[in-house]
Design a protein around this ligand. Structure first.
Ligand code: PLP
Length: 417
């Protein structure tokens, strides 16, 4: 194994001042590959992003102003939808998606087990029941055959997740949804910029939710969006984010309307003009962000070919992956340590690798309060034991990528059987 690390370090991908193999792992008291930790994800904020925010602060409308609609329209163009409605977070966007479909107590919504808790929490917010569906081992995307097996008379929607930025199989999913007359909802919080068969995420489901948290493709600090091509759903989404009131403040201001009517129990889930201006500016940088993420993923994939005992997830032919995450899987039979020990050792080297995700129903709330039992989705559970996410974000340098590979090499030398 030492030989391979030396080869990697001597290889042309390493700059001339490349670090020598340290031998001892940082976790055992050796010198770490990096002196400061490389995060798994972070925002890229430019001077022009900052200027666009400052301009709003000098204007009249800090919220419910013109920047909201501008951001929404721009976003619709980017994702190929006819309507986009901005929300205060990706979670609020998912809640709104479930509300707009009328999910209520007694209704079941099918959702993959391997995702962020918000993917299923949004069903609970509406009183609905999440029905956890397993993922396929190769790509950790929802298992379409199992989706169909879980459909019954109580099923009211199918919610899928473009895990890591890898688009689900929308051809299959749309066929299932159409056949059973069910709405298809996409949690594309990882997927902005991804495509399936040349079609953009945002145009492939009845409702698609996005997040603008700082680790996602573009950021507004906190923020989210739902895209749809259904005008009725768009109207319900807009009312929901504004307390269930039928008109917005600026509209009443401009039309001289004196009163308003609240027709649903909505929330204040608005995204401010300050945030929308940042979102518009970030959105114009999305092509570069995607290019950089894909380039980093390509470098990882090329460099990891030389490693045994670990491999990236597979990518389906016909998709363009958005690479929110770069997930690798350890083969437990190849390593002398557990995934947790491996992750700890990697972090000690200054590589901020992370875990995405524990099966949702393993969380205490789902297990203890709602009574979900372990064993429900064996592929999700097995995957969780062996996966980890390597750092990937737009401002990550080639040297940063090399540091990750160097750290993996050190761990291989120490822990590969
Ligand atoms: C980030 C994320 C969310 C929630 O988005 P927030 O903007 O953080 O509320 C939901 N689902 C998935 C899969 C996510 O990664």
């Amino acid at each position: 194994m030492l030989q391979r690390t030396q080869r990697l370090i001597a290889g042309k991908q390493m700059p001339s001042q490349a670090r020598k193999p340290k031998g001892d792992l940082a976790i055992d008291g050796g010198t770490s590959v990096r002196s400061s930790t490389l995060p798994y994800g972070r925002q890229s904020v430019s001077e022009s992003d900052i200027a666009s925010v400052v301009a709003v602060l000098r204007g009249d409308w800090l919220t419910t102003g013109p920047h909201v609609g501008e951001f929404e329209d721009k976003f619709s163009t980017v994702v190929g939808a006819s309507h986009s409605v901005a929300f205060s977070s990706g979670t609020a966007a998912l809640h709104a998606a479930m509300f707009s479909l009328g999910i209520k107590p007694g209704d079941e919504v099918i959702v993959p087990a391997l995702s962020f808790a918000a993917s299923a929490n949004c069903i609970l917010y509406c009183g609905g029941t999440p029905v956890f569906c397993d993922v396929t081992p190769a790509d950790l995307l929802i298992d379409c055959d199992e989706v169909e097996r879980k459909i019954n008379s109580r099923t009211k929607a199918i919610l899928v997740v473009d895990y890591a930025g890898h688009p689900c199989n929308y051809q299959k999913l749309s066929a299932i949804a159409t056949k059973h007359k069910l709405p298809l909802v996409a949690d594309s919080c990882h997927g902005l910029g991804g495509t399936d068969q040349g079609k953009k995420l945002g145009s492939l489901a009845d409702l698609t939710a996005f997040s603008f948290h700082p680790v996602k493709h573009i950021t507004t600090g906190e923020g989210g969006m739902v895209s749809t091509s259904n005008p009725e759903l768009a109207k319900r989404l807009k009312q929901f984010r504004n307390h269930g009131i039928t008109t917005e403040f600026r509209e009443r201001h401009e039309k001289g309307l004196l009163s308003y009517d609240m027709i649903e129990l909505g929330f204040n889930y608005r995204l401010s003009d300050i945030q929308c201006a940042l979102g518009s500016s970030q959105l114009s940088r999305l092509p570069q962000f995607l290019e950089r993420r894909r380039h980093i993923a390509k470098q990882y994939s090329e460099k990891l070919v030389g490693f045994s005992g670990l491999a990236p997830l597979s990518v389906r032919v016909g998709v363009e992956h958005a690479f929110h995450l770069y997930v690798i899987r350890l083969d437990p039979s190849c390593w002398s340590v557990s995934r947790d020990q491996f992750l700890k050792a990697l972090r000690a080297e200054g590589i901020g690798a992370n875990l995405h995700y524990q099966p949702i129903y393993w969380h205490s709330y789902y297990e203890k309060k709602l009574g979900f039992k372990r064993g429900l989705c064996p592929n999700s559970e097995a995957a969780y034991e062996n996966i980890l996410s390597l750092p990937i974000f737009a401002d990550m340098s080639d040297q940063d990528v090399d540091d990750v590979v160097t750290a993996l090499g050190k761990l291989s030398d120490a822990y590969l059987l």
